[in-house]
Design a protein around this ligand. Structure first.
Ligand SMILES: *[C@@H]1O[C@H](CO)[C@@H](O)[C@H](O)[C@H]1NC(C)=O
Ligand SMILES: *[C@@H]1O[C@H](CO)[C@@H](O)[C@H](O)[C@H]1NC(C)=O
Ligand SMILES: *[C@@H]1O[C@H](CO)[C@@H](O)[C@H](O)[C@H]1NC(C)=O
Ligand SMILES: *[C@@H]1O[C@H](CO)[C@@H](O)[C@H](O)[C@H]1NC(C)=O
Ligand SMILES: *[C@@H]1O[C@H](CO)[C@@H](O)[C@H](O)[C@H]1NC(C)=O
Ligand SMILES: *[C@@H]1O[C@H](CO)[C@@H](O)[C@H](O)[C@H]1NC(C)=O
Ligand SMILES: [Zn+2]
Length: 927
């Protein structure tokens, strides 16, 4: 190692996006089993010919004849306002069924002559008036056609009215419906959630409309561009409180046995952002800027235990941050956030009434971990970002979902950083989004961010858009764009976009146009191509570029941001002696970097002698890039493994976590083979110093590290030390768990370490440890505590306990429906549980598919179960599973199943090619 001059030179940052984009060829990493195929699929523009990476049609030439056979509404009618009244019954009726009743009047304008009214309606029993499912009247002078006939189309979820004559262009009409629906426990539309408080069963009526479930609540034009004003009335029991998007303005209880709560008219908004909730929840509140009402709602006990306090304390600052960042005031008169016992997604950004899983909103300082706290902050920040971006201005159609979700997934770090400035949370986007999505985007079955509108039609295709590519790649490329344009210019364009399209809809290029204008209006700023042209390279093709730098020839294919250390700084990338070059210094570029071996050697030697010469995220980047370049066979596997040798000296979280995530792949591929012994010995040797470090800085485990990321790193240290058999670790953990079992009312384990300790103690224990965890799970009043125990119970090595646990996942009295798929995934993560979970799922796919229908998590289930698949036999089983269940279908897991087949194929190949030298390397390095 030679001289290191601490001179950083960011060469051509301004050129970064342009240059890479202009020259990029997208390389499908990790998959080398079918080079031709991978290459063809990578070509921009031919994604439409690729039938496996997309949900099946719309390539079929069949064109439905009738307008009601199309999944998209005709463009002849435009809604203006609705008056909706809903009355959910929180007691079962005589049949034992929970129902809701309601009526709705929608005012719409005819903009194209038609004698048909087509409006969404799903699973609603509509009252008939003179034999028809609705009443039609006119507003103003319009003469009103009479209804000839009306019918429901189940497949496309429509109510259709055929009229005797045509509606007049420009005229307003009013369509009135009365309906009865089931308040089911299916987590979709208007549904019910149940929980036990003080031994009493309580029922909550709540809603989840995104993406296509408003139509299951009342007949409506259920597309995001069909914005309207909603006047909502909710009828409910006097002992309960009703909430909706607007502020409640009136509650009549005189003379009627129920309360009738009227809400202020909403702003012009999309149906998927509506929310209706009736519960006996209580709230805490504060006032922002003297007028904005901010409230946190939850179960009585949770509020009494002050679990909502943290959420309330960060909401104000985060709202303030966005008002400043967007240069736009919060568009509504109140902000409600509510924690629900049953909720399918993590959270939902309903305008003015955001719904959360309890674990994403509630935080108990005594019982919750740092990770729980961070989740609350980032999820709140994500949802509040949508109040403007997504809600005030909404994408026209679901094909552009990536912009909505990618945007919120990027700026959530900015909002969270403002609320918790000491956490350094912005760095974590590298782990949680950028590196995470590289892994998915490297597959040949990936897809471009942007899809054409015609490719996304039915509800299954829409729900498939909610995937890692949309969220995390979206976040990564928007972060890159923001850093390229600089944050002030990005924010200026954003603000102009939001102000121009407020209460209206857009397509993603509208944002590019406004960013372009911001660039042009910034004196001295100049970009060589338009934002539009630059971004096309990142949104229209899948995958990402690999930038190769040869430091011996000085040939650098395109200017990129470089950290350039050299005694004689020249603008060439040519270096000699002990000097080295590192590219993509802020890891803001969505690409990987490869160097000549000479430079790699220098970087590795720098890591081993003076790793702190490189920033934390660059250390993580080197590790992640090498492992993935090795997967793509661009560099050797041993070069990647060599980046982990310096870890015995590494004390920071982000590089360690990056290494462990990559080594996890080796663990999954080899934990059933003889490689595992050597791997374990090596990792034990590397993690031991970290374990000792934390023992010291926590005074023999009696304190908690002060730094946010140290707290995470301690969890990794303890978890892996115990897993790899570091002396003293298992005994330590067992003794903590024992103490708790002896005195269940006093848990001595620090919340940060609970997940790890519970899991290890159950793994190394027996039925006694397991049953204790089950009892504590059932008794837990804090959702995050319950969820830690639920994960830990999957760690047992006893097959009978695992099988019993799998059975519990299909019994909603034991494991909530929302938690079923993740529990099965946890079991599959366990080496003993994997074959059991796989057998369980394939034996009952039909049932499981029905049981959890409509949830977004089938794809996670398939991903989770097949993670370890790496033999020809497993591949055949997977293909057979696909064949045998074609008639049942895979819904939102269709793409995941293709990816699983592709990944298994790649794993087989990788294991075959790497096993021998990986074994040799670990054996030598663990000596
Ligand atoms: C809808 O409700 C608003 C506010 O209560 C009322 O002014 C209006 O007349 C109602 N419209 C219809 C068509 O019922
Ligand atoms: C709707 O009507 C069908 C057929 O009469 C009936 O089976 C169903 O239970 C009804 N739905 C509700 C929520 O009552
Ligand atoms: C913020 O908005 C105000 C008025 O809406 C405008 O005058 C100002 O230029 C905006 N600032 C930025 C940075 O866009
Ligand atoms: C919404 O945008 C469209 C197209 O830009 C425009 O014609 C329409 O007037 C806008 N509507 C509102 C309510 O701003
Ligand atoms: C930790 O334990 C060791 C041995 O049990 C002891 O020597 C040392 O003083 C302890 N350190 C602290 C800070 O308590
Ligand atoms: C079970 O929950 C109840 C009610 O929250 C609590 O009082 C009791 O202490 C809990 N039992 C144990 C063993 O933690
Ligand atoms: Zn979101």
């Amino acid at each position: 190692m030679g001289k290191v001059y601490y001179v950083s030179k960011n060469v051509g940052l301004g050129m970064l996006v342009l240059a890479v984009a202009a020259l990029a060829t997208i390389i499908a990493l990790s998959i080398a089993y079918d080079k031709e195929r991978a290459k063809n699929r990578g070509k921009p523009g031919d994604e439409a010919t690729d039938s496996t990476s997309m949900p099946p049609p719309p390539t079929t030439p069949f064109i439905p004849k009738e307008p009601w056979d199309h999944y998209r509404l005709p463009d002849s009618l435009v809604p203006l306002s609705y008056n909706v009244t809903l009355w959910p019954r929180l007691e079962p009726d005589a049949r034992g069924m929970f129902v809701f009743t309601g009526h709705s009047a929608v005012v719409f304008r005819c903009v194209k002559e038609t004698d048909l009214i087509i409006i969404h309606s799903n699973k609603l029993n509509l009252t008939t008036f003179y034999g028809h499912h609705a009443k039609l009247t006119g507003l103003g002078k319009a003469t009103v056609p009479t209804i000839q006939k009306s019918w429901l189309v189940v497949k496309t979820e429509y109510l259709v009215l055929q009229l005797h004559s045509r509606l007049a262009v420009g005229s307003l009409y009013l369509l009135y419906t009365e309906f009865l629906g089931e308040l089911a426990d299916d987590l979709q539309g208007f549904y019910r959630s149940e929980y036990i408080e003080d031994g009493v069963k309580k029922v909550v009526a709540t809603s989840q409309m995104q993406a296509t479930y408003a139509r299951k609540t009342f007949p409506c034009f259920d597309e995001p561009a069909m914005k309207a004003v909603f006047n909502v009335i909710i009828i409910h029991d006097r002992a309960t409180v009703a909430l909706s998007n607007g502020r409640d303005i009136d509650s009549v209880i005189d003379g009627v046995p129920v309360s009738v709560t009227t809400f202020e008219p909403t702003e012009r908004m999309s149906t998927y952002l509506l929310a209706f909730i009736v519960s006996d929840f209580v709230k805490i509140q504060s006032t922002q800027n003297n007028s904005l009402l901010v409230r946190i709602w939850a179960r009585r006990k949770a509020i009494a235990d002050r679990q909502g306090d943290y959420a309330l304390s960060v909401t104000g600052p985060i709202l303030q941050f966005y008002e400043h960042y967007y240069n736009a005031t919060y568009p509504l008169s109140k902000s409600d956030q509510i924690a629900l016992p049953d909720f399918n997604a993590g959270a939902m950004e309903n305008w003015g009434l955001i719904t959360y899983r309890e674990t994403a909103l509630l935080y108990d300082p005594m019982l919750s971990s740092t990770g729980n706290k961070e989740r609350v902050t980032t999820v709140i920040s994500h949802e509040l970002a949508h109040m403007w971006f997504g809600n005030l201005v909404t994408l026209q159609w679901w094909n552009d979902l990536w912009l909505n979700e990618g945007f919120a997934s990027y700026v959530e770090y900015l909002g969270a950083d403002y609320a918790e400035p000491t956490w350094n949370i912005k760095d974590q986007i590298i782990l949680s989004d950028v590196h995470k999505v590289f892994a998915v985007d490297a597959l040949a079955s990936s897809h471009p961010l942007s899809r054409r509108e015609e490719e996304v039609n039915n509800p299954a295709e829409i729900s498939e858009m909610f995937n890692t590519i949309s969220y995390s790649k979206g976040a990564a490329v928007l972060r890159m764009l923001s850093e390229f344009l600089t944050e002030p210019v990005f924010a200026k364009g954003l603000s102009s976009y939001l102000n121009t399209f407020a209460f209206n809809n857009t397509v993603y290029t509208d944002l590019w146009d406004h960013l372009q204008k911001a660039v042009e209006n910034t004196p001295g700023m100049h970009i060589p191509h338009t934002v539009h042209n630059i971004m096309n390279h990142w949104t229209l093709q899948m995958g990402f570029p690999v930038v190769t730098i040869d430091t011996r020839t000085g040939i650098l294919p395109y200017p990129i941001s470089l950290q350039y250390f050299s005694p004689d700084i020249n603008s060439q990338m040519r270096v000699s002696g002990e000097d080295w070059v590192l590219a993509n210094t802020n890891v803001s570029g969505y690409f990987r970097v490869n160097y000549d071996l000479y430079n790699w050697d220098r970087l590795l030697s720098l890591l081993s002698t003076n790793h702190q010469a490189l920033s934390i995220i660059n250390r993580a980047q080197i590790i992640d890039d090498t492992f993935n370049l090795a997967r793509a066979k661009i560099i050797s596997t041993t070069l990647a493994l060599r980046t982990t040798k310096y870890l015995s000296k590494e004390r920071d979280y982000i590089p360690w976590d990056s290494a462990l995530r990559n080594l996890d792949y080796y663990i999954l591929m080899f934990d059933r083979t003889e490689v595992y012994g050597a791997l374990q010995a090596y990792l034990k040797k590397q993690i031991q110093p970290l374990f000792e470090h934390f023992k010291t800085i926590t005074a023999n485990w009696t304190k908690v590290p002060t730094k946010h990321t140290d707290q995470y790193n301690q969890i990794n240290a303890v978890g892996y030390a115990c897993g790899m058999g570091v002396e003293g670790c298992r005994e330590l953990i067992k003794s903590w768990y024992r103490q708790w079992m002896e005195n269940p009312h006093h848990n001595p384990i620090h919340p940060n370490l609970k997940s790890t300790v519970y899991c290890s103690a159950i793994a190394f224990g027996g039925v006694e440890e397991w049953d204790f965890a089950w009892r504590m799970f059932k008794n837990a009043t804090l959702a995050s505590e319950a969820s830690r125990l639920r994960a830990a119970m999957s760690c047992t090595k006893a097959p009978w306990l695992l099988n019993r646990y799998l059975e519990y996942t299909l019994d909603p009295t034991k494991i909530r429906k929302q938690d079923a798929t993740s529990t099965i995934q946890y079991v599959a993560r366990n080496i003993v549980g994997m074959p059991l979970a796989w057998n369980f799922v394939r034996a009952r796919w039909g049932y499981i598919f029905q049981y959890g229908k409509g949830s977004f998590s089938f794809s996670n289930l398939i991903n989770g179960i097949t993670k370890r698949f790496s033999s020809e036999f497993e591949l055949q089983e997977l293909k057979k599973f696909k064949e045998e269940n074609l008639h049942v279908g895979f819904g939102s897991a269709t793409l995941a199943l293709e990816q699983a087949i592709e990944k298994t194929t790649a794993n087989i190949k990788w294991v075959t090619e790497n096993k021998a030298h990986v074994l040799k390397w670990f054996t030598e390095e663990s000596k």
